[in-house]
Design a protein. Structure first.
Lengths: 411, 277, 748
């Protein structure tokens, strides 16, 4: 019996890994990515790309990237809409945050799609809902009529009608036809909303218990906040480092489970600039509630600038408190979990902090990223996000101040 | 090549297939003493499906191109053609159904170990093993490589399929399983074919190696691989899903038909008993 | 609840070897094997767990009423929602349905009790045991917190290190065994104990639905048990069935769980459908419309329910082909349910509707269940599921079908059957108040959750950010939950009040037609003084309308000489059902073995095929000797019977010795359960087979002992022996498969 060749040609299927040895070290999921080291104590995991990314099987002249079938976004001809500065959808303006809590986390809705894929799904949902409402209306009408018409008014007993074969056939066939219609729409929507990616991922998202690790093909590394250029369809690889998580940004498309030992890929595309909020959508432990994702869509130029910044090492500062903070970071146990490129050998059991100050939230969405919140976090992360893997490190207030100063320089 | 071109050009002629179909028709006609009844339409349909399974693009693609086409062919041979053939053979007389008043008749099917058990155990095994055996990789490969084995496979699938359906739609109504027994029989077969379907669908290993690297006499591979998106793995997956999903729908449909038969027979019995009373 | 004092009628039949004498005193409740008392025990215990689960629900809703609330810390919240789901499904809904089935199935078919009364009692007691095990976790380090479906690898030791998950597994194993035992009882009862004239075609639909549910339980629970066993082995013995880093498959847990899980939801729904099918006709004063179609569609649902499980896994990325295949199946399974809804409406149509509280709940069921069913249809369209699964939209969906469907069915059934069980009517005014508060509370709680899901709120979150409308909608839901809680209180007060001071009900307060109304309220200990003749689906209606019978051609006439009043032996039927459940269990273990070992051959080299082959021959020979023993008993040859039986036991013991020595050899060479996937699957599969052989040996040993005590004289109890023989043959056949797959094939 031949072992089936891993020809990397079909979409993800149920593929166990018995043919791989158990001691294979962790692979970087995209070429050239940095910061992926097997840290001590970190769970070794397999990544099997074999069956989920379809690459063209014949040589030169790869087919053009798939286009989404579905309605084009209104008012565009494919150009990104750079109407104004990138805004958070639905958000009151920045700073309107009432209690220093996490203001700018607005999850989108299925009914407000902002990408071609999400649009296809929203249309399918709408069509199905119409059918559902009609059927519901029919049932309510029938039941209400029966209740009103056939109430016991003290008359003679009713006709003891036992059945009607023709009626049975009719109300069996009618739903069949309706469902056939829905099935047809479903089949179309499956490939229209979620075409099989035809290349290796442009960025990979690795889900951890209660934060998101993000690696770009270019080598940029960040956490919890993803930047993408508008109007471009990107392939996102989704993996997990520990338990099952789920990557979901409702306005931008479907959700996909991040399953340890498997990798999946979906398309990510935003029609217009903005900040789109997502969440982990598979119960993954004590802090599943605070595993938010932010997808910041910006113009290609802004994105390129961001990527360039992110690829660079951490900024250095000459301010004494920032320097003390940098020093503390390298000396204390921080480096055992966090990486700051250019400051010690960091690990990745915790988010990469190289450009921490650029991000809008901390703690994967639990708090807004401001100096005050950061100070509170450093004082006691367990108070803000109980159960998360960062212990209370018992920092003194001066140490906290230095850290805050240092982190504020990490743009 | 486009799909349309494929559908138009991918037809083949096979003397063996014609011979089997002809033999079947002749045997049936002889059995029916050359009298043509409406029932013969079932046999005509069976013969048509049989020819379609081999002569049409299904047959062409099954011969070394697509595992899923091969599976579709098998499903037709085991699940579609035998019931049609047996329906054609039905004597049609209004014999009393199974429960002929003698309590023993209904009882034998239920008490295990009694002679009645053999009536359905062997046919069941025939039907289920027909599916399982021919998908063992060694046998599957053998059938792909040798025309003799392939012909043996075709005939054996037909015979074992007929054996399987004999207790369900066999011509002698008195020797059929009682309806609830038939439902259990079909359900058990559904479980067996589900297991096989699951294994084939999710298996990381190939079932039939020839389909991984087909010999492309027709020039159809680009259409199949790129146009239809059927990689070898996808192909095997679809093959497994075909066996599993439509296969089980067939068994489920059979079970519902048995249930309807139960109600029909009982209603008839009650009416008869009432008129006798 | 005391039974009425009636003269003990001796009708000469003690076929169950049990005298339904007067049972008095509280201890009699502990020792009872009377199906009616066991039914009431189930119901009362369920109410206790309903209270616990309900409080858990209220705690959840309080925590979620405000964004970023700190009422509960996350770990506590996660434990609470895990316990809430597990409790409601396994400790409330299933036992309640079984409780009603226990009470009413024998009555409705005109039987004196269930087929196996003592097995019935055991099934009941496994229920509080399971509940206690589950709740003991609270004292042993914390309740389970991995969710009611306990996905791997979150449920594995590295991520759930306290013993909560282990207690969860043990509790479900115990409850599963109890459920299967109860289901076997129902199957045997319905097949073998029907009154003369009660053909399968004439059984009340509640009986039919319960029968089909029992078949589903027999086939689905063992799948869960197999998966639970493997998870327990992962956790306690360090195996890696469901962990990626050991070569295992994380998603396999989901496949197994949902292969159980989807039939499970029909197990929860079908008996409620049966209840509705009883209530609506009675309060519409006409028979159920389309009986055959309601019955037949149930068969379709049962068969299809095993083929749609992966619609719970659309977001897991199984691939478009699989997603589309399962979407098709899911849409298909909606059709039989729709057929039922239409039939129920048609039953009401043209009838004379009496709106007792029972009927109110039944009619409400129609609307609420349809809402739940339709939101299910939206999920069948896989891309919609890709957005909506794991959000509050799905929470709304399943609460609509489980509460709006099953719970309302249960409430309808309670108001309908309480008079029969207690002899008193429930207060109608309080009942109507119960009804309206429930309608308001239920819809308030769950309808808004559809919107929350659409707005993007994921499920199983202990809190959420302050997004537009989220707080308001959650608050509405919480208020609704408290209204529901109040409604439940009204319900319980109604029951407590009416048991004491309710109006006397009489035998048949609703003028209903099925056999349970042909006896006193509550029924005699042995159920019927005299079972009325059964000539149709509505025996009491037929009796009352006897003069019209001649005119009505459709009425089923004839006497009880017709048809299969089945001469099946209940022991044989019972053991076949048991074999079916064990077959499913072994199928899961074998499937796991094959799946994980499709491409590896190396480890199999450590097996000694020849030695095991010889011991296997002993096992196969034991089937032959057992057959001879049966033959001897049938021929009246006592000593032959005992001799061959001894031989059988010896051969079986030799086999077990062989297996033990093989295990020992493997252990000494360093191979144990956790060494590799091959050894994990090997030891699990052969180990459980060995367990079954051992249990068989124990059973045969008991038979031998009874044989020496003279119990088998004159071929008495030969059917019991035959039944155990069938079990033994089954165990041997499993070994043929295991030996072939594990030893022979892997070495070839």
């Amino acid at each position: 019996m031949q072992v089936f060749p891993i020809d990397a040609q079909s979409k993800l299927t149920f593929a166990p890994l018995t043919h791989k040895s158990m001691s294979e070290p962790l692979h970087a999921s995209t070429p050239g990515s940095t910061g992926v080291h097997a840290a001590p104590g970190r769970v070794q995991r397999h990544v099997d790309h074999g069956d989920d990314v379809r690459v063209p099987h014949h040589g030169p002249g790869s087919p053009p990237p798939p286009t989404f079938v579905g309605k084009k976004p209104a008012g565009t001809s494919g150009r990104p809409d750079i109407a104004g500065p990138a805004r958070v959808h639905f958000l009151p303006t920045e700073g309107q945050d009432r209690r220093g809590r996490v203001a700018p986390v607005v999850l989108g809705t299925l009914l407000d799609p902002r990408s071609p894929g999400a649009r296809v799904i929203a249309d399918l949902f709408g069509d199905t809902l119409i059918v559902c409402f009609l059927i519901f209306g029919l049932v309510v009408a029938l039941v209400t009529t029966a209740i009103l018409r056939f109430r016991d008014k003290g008359g003679p007993p009713p006709a003891q009608n036992e059945g009607n074969k023709r009626l049975e056939i009719a109300w069996t066939l009618a739903p069949v036809l309706v469902l056939l219609g829905i099935f047809y729409l479903t089949v179309r929507a499956v490939s229209a909303s979620d075409p099989v990616p035809d290349r290796a991922p442009d960025l990979t998202v690795i889900a951890h218990q209660w934060w998101w690790e993000v690696h770009y093909k270019s080598g940029a590394v960040t956490a919890n906040e993803i930047h993408i250029p508008t109007g471009t369809a990107l392939v996102v690889g989704v993996e997990s480092a520990d338990v099952i998580h789920d990557f979901w940004v409702p306005e931008l498309g479907r959700k996909i489970d991040a399953i340890p030992g498997r990798s999946a890929s979906i398309w990510l595309q935003a029609d217009a600039p903005g900040t789109y909020i997502g969440a982990c959508a598979e119960y993954c432990g004590v802090q599943h509630a605070w595993m938010r994702i932010q997808v910041v869509a910006e113009s290609p130029e802004e994105f390129a600038a961001w990527e360039k910044r992110t690829l660079a090492a951490a900024a250095t500062s000459s301010a004494p408190d920032a320097q003390r903070g940098a020093h503390l970071f390298a000396q204390m146990t921080c480096v055992k979990c966090h990486a700051i490129a250019g400051n010690g050998e960091g690990a990745n059991s915790g988010p990469d902090l190289t450009h921490f100050a650029d991000r809008k939230t901390l703690g994967a969405g639990v708090r807004k990223n401001s100096p005050e919140e950061l100070a509170r976090w450093l004082k006691s992360p367990q108070e803000i996000k109980p159960g998360c893997h960062m212990p209370d490190v018992q920092l003194t207030d001066p140490q906290i101040a230095d850290f805050v100063a240092y982190f504020e320089t990490l743009r | 090549m486009t799909t349309g071109e494929l559908l138009l050009t991918a037809w083949q002629s096979d003397v063996f297939v014609y011979a089997v179909a002809a033999a079947g028709v002749v045997a049936y006609a002889a059995r029916m003493q050359w009298k043509l009844t409406l029932r013969a339409l079932w046999l005509a349909l069976a013969a048509a499906v049989f020819l379609l399974a081999f002569v049409s693009p299904i047959g062409v693609l099954a011969r070394g191109y697509l595992f899923s086409a091969h599976m579709l062919q098998h499903l037709l041979l085991v699940l579609v053609i035998p019931p049609l053939v047996l329906s054609a053979l039905r004597t049609g007389s209004k014999e009393a159904p199974n429960s002929t008043g003698a309590p023993g008749a209904a009882g034998t099917a239920g008490t295990a170990g009694a002679p009645g058990a053999r009536r359905f155990v062997l046919p069941w095994l025939a039907g289920v093993s027909a599916m399982w055996l021919w998908h063992a990789p060694t046998l599957c490969d053998a059938a792909s490589n040798s025309i003799g084995v392939q012909r043996l496979q075709t005939v054996s699938l037909l015979i074992m399929g007929c054996a399987f359906f004999w207790p369900i739609v066999g011509p002698r109504t008195a020797r059929r399983l009682p309806p609830f027994g038939a439902m259990v029989y079909l359900f058990a077969a559904c479980v067996a074919c589900t297991l096989l379907g699951i294994l084939v669908t999710f298996s990381p290993v190939e079932v039939c190696s020839i389909y991984a690297h087909p010999v492309d006499g027709l020039g159809a591979m680009p259409l199949l691989r790129d146009g239809w998106g059927l990689t070898a793995k996808a192909d095997q997956e679809i093959g497994g899903l075909l066996m599993w999903v439509p296969g089980c729908f067939a068994y489920a449909g059979g079970m519902l038909a048995m249930f309807a038969r139960y109600h029909r027979e009982e209603a008839a019995d009650e009416l008869a008993a009432k008129e006798a009373a | 609840m005391t039974t009425a004092t009636t003269p003990h009628v001796d009708d000469g039949k003690h076929e169950q070897g049990h005298d339904h004498a007067e049972e008095k005193g509280p201890f009699s409740w502990v020792a009872t094997v009377d199906h009616k008392r066991i039914g009431i025990l189930y119901l009362l215990t369920s109410i206790v767990f309903f209270g616990i689960g309900g409080i858990e629900a209220l705690l959840i809703r309080i925590q979620l009423a405000h964004p970023e609330s700190h009422f509960l810390d996350p770990e506590t919240f996660n434990q609470i929602f895990t316990m809430h789901g597990t409790t409601m499904i396994f400790l409330v809904v299933m036992p309640t349905l079984v409780g009603f089935a226990n009470y009413f199935v024998p009555l409705m078919i005109g039987a004196r009790d269930m087929a196996f009364p003592r097995l019935n009692a055991m099934s009941y007691w496994l229920f509080p045991l399971g509940g206690a095990l589950l709740h003991f976790s609270l004292f042993a380090g914390g309740a389970p917190s991995a969710g009611w479906f306990s996905y791997a690898p979150l449920a594995e030791t590295p991520f759930s290190s306290n013993t909560g998950t282990d207690y969860w597994i043990l509790a479900l194993l115990v409850l599963g065994i109890g459920s299967v035992a109860g289901a076997i009882n129902i199957i045997a009862t319905v097949i073998t104990l029907r009154a003369p004239g009660m053909t399968i075609r004439r059984v009340p639909l509640f009986v039919w639905m319960t029968f089909i549910t029992a078949i589903l339980i027999v086939l689905a629970l063992p799948v869960l048990n197999g998966a639970l066993v493997m998870l327990l082995i992962d956790r306690q013995l360090d195996a890696h069935f469901f962990q990626a880093h050991g070569g295992g498959s994380v998603i396999l847990w989901q496949h197994y769980f949902w292969t159980f899980g989807h039939p499970e939801v029909y197990i929860l729904a079908l008996p409620a459908f049966g209840m509705i099918s009883e209530v609506i006709p009675v309060f519409s004063r006409k028979p159920i419309f389309g009986y055959e179609f309601v019955a037949g569609s149930t068969v379709a649902i049962a068969v299809l329910s095993f083929g749609v499980w992966a619609h719970h896994m659309f977001a897991a990325g199984l691939g478009h082909r699989a997603d589309i295949a399962f979407a098709a199946g899911t849409m298909l399974i909606a059709i039989p349910t729709g057929v039922k809804i239409f039939n129920w409406i048609a039953t009401m149509w043209g009838g004379t509707l009496r709106f007792t509280t029972s009927m109110c709940f039944a009619v409400a069921f129609l609307i609420e269940f349809v809402i739940g069913g339709l939101s299910g249809i939206t999920f069948a369209a896989a891309p919609v599921d890709w957005q909506m699964t794991d959000t509050y939209y799905v929470v709304a969906h399943f609460h609509y079908v489980a509460l709006g469907g099953t719970l309302f069915g249960i409430l309808a059934a309670t108001y309908y059957w309480f008079p029969k069980m207690s002899g008193k009517l429930l207060d109608e005014r309080l009942g109507k108040l119960n009804f309206w508060t429930m309608i308001i509370g239920f819809n308030m709680t769950f309808f808004v959750q559809h919107f929350l899901g659409i707005l993007g709120m994921p499920r199983r979150v202990y809190t959420y950010p302050d997004l537009p409308n989220w707080g308001t909608l959650n608050m509405v839901s919480t208020i609704g939950a408290f209204v529901m809680g109040f409604s439940v209180l009204l319900f319980l007060v109604n029951i407590a009040k009416s048991v004491r001071n309710g109006k006397a009900a009489g035998d048949n307060p609703w003028d209903a037609w099925t056999l349970e109304w042909a006896t006193t309220s509550p029924p005699h200990p042995h159920n019927f003084e005299k079972v009325p003749p059964v000539r149709g689906r509505r025996p009491l209606w037929d009796l009352a309308n006897a003069t019209k019978e001649g005119k009505n051609k459709r009425k089923s006439g004839g006497t009880s000489t017709i048809l299969e009043i089945a001469p099946y032996d209940k022991a044989i039927v019972g053991v076949w059902a048991f074999i079916a459940s064990e077959a499913m269990f072994f199928i899961i273990l074998i499937l796991t073995f094959v799946y994980f070992n499709l491409s590896t051959k190396a480890a199999a080299a450590s097996l000694d095929v020849k030695t095991t082959g010889m011991f296997s021959i002993c096992l196969f020979a034991s089937s032959f000797t057992l057959h001879r023993s049966e033959k001897a008993l049938a021929a009246g040859n006592e000593s032959g019977f005992r001799g061959w039986l001894i031989f059988t036991i010896l051969l079986g013991a030799v086999f077990m010795f062989g297996q033990a020595s093989e295990y020992q050899k493997l252990f000494t060479s360093g191979l144990s359960v956790n060494t590799s996937l091959f050894t994990s699957t090997f030891f699990t599969l052969t180990g459980f087979h060995g367990l079954h052989v051992t249990l068989g040996l124990c059973a045969l040993g008991v038979i031998l002992w009874l044989a020496f005590a003279g119990d088998f004289k004159g071929r008495r109890h030969s059917s019991a022996f035959k039944a155990i023989g069938l079990y033994w043959h089954f165990v041997d056949i499993v070994w043929i498969a295991v030996f072939g797959i594990v030893y022979v094939r892997n070495v070839l």
